[in-house]
Design a protein around this ligand. Sequence first.
Ligand code: NAP
Length: 292
Amino acid sequence: MLFERLCIIGPGLIGGSIARMAKARGDIARHIVATAQSEATRARVRELGFVDEVAETPEEAVQGADCVILCIPVGAYAEVMRRIAPHLAPGSILTDVGSTKGSVVRDVLPLLPKGVHFIPGHPMAGTEFSGPDAGFATLFEGRYCILTPLEGTDPAALEKVRTLWERAGSMVETMDVATHDKVVAMVSHLPHLIAFTICGTADDLAEETREAVLKYAASGFRDFTRIAASDVAMWRDIFLNNREALLEMLARFTEDAQALGRAVRWGQAEFIEDRIRRGRRIRRGLIERNQA
Ligand code: NAP
């Protein structure tokens, strides 16, 4: 058994999937406790029964836990940390699943009690759905999980968090916080920004055209709408908390998009073909790595 008492703060898509995975395996934690901010979610989690106990408050939930996982939007970390810090058990592990890591370290570290091991993490798995009903035990199978351990991290604590994700079926990689934030800005945050924008642009079209856009949405637009269906609070918080890296990638993207637009304007077929070929190559690379 990896942990005696595992505490999940925020049993939504990710937290609920961790809890279901832990219950299904039976070798992660002897007792699983969760808490959510709303009474409605706490009641639903009780009903779904994928944890042993639902606590009313985060303060109560972390009592005596040897591992606490923050599974809440990254904008809520500072406030939740202020509440739980005095109640974290000495020697326990605090980890998380947040999509940004610079902001998480910024918000957690100053409030971290001495003797609590903090291991930031980010499972690169998810869907466009959210809430406790959306989770499932196999979500992390075959997906990467990135850990961004800080200087002086206790190797035993790091090993435990690595084991947790390996048992969930993930491939675990470690990297520094800044590299993580740049990589996810490119592979996740920028694509979401583009998807929200495309849907907004389509929505701005005159009523008649918009109807036609929705009616004939071919797979291109349809794929963007799937990404754009994501949770509002989560994505607001990601954009606001990975600002520098996201803006850097957006600037590069804008330049490249303009270059392609220019090639279209001037009829530069070769340039256009080259861009399409690159896209096809990248897609093939993903398929070969089993990440498609
Ligand atoms: P979710 O399904 O919306 O669940 C969020 C959970 O956090 C809910 O239980 C919610 O409780 C709770 N919560 C929200 N605001 C809170 C607050 N201010 N204080 C305390 N609890 C709060 O979200 P998710 O998709 O699992 O995402 C959770 C984290 O995982 C985020 O940091 C996200 O960046 C990261 N992540 C997401 C994905 C993805 O694809 N979805 C992938 C990797 C990482 P209530 O229901 O009561 O509000």
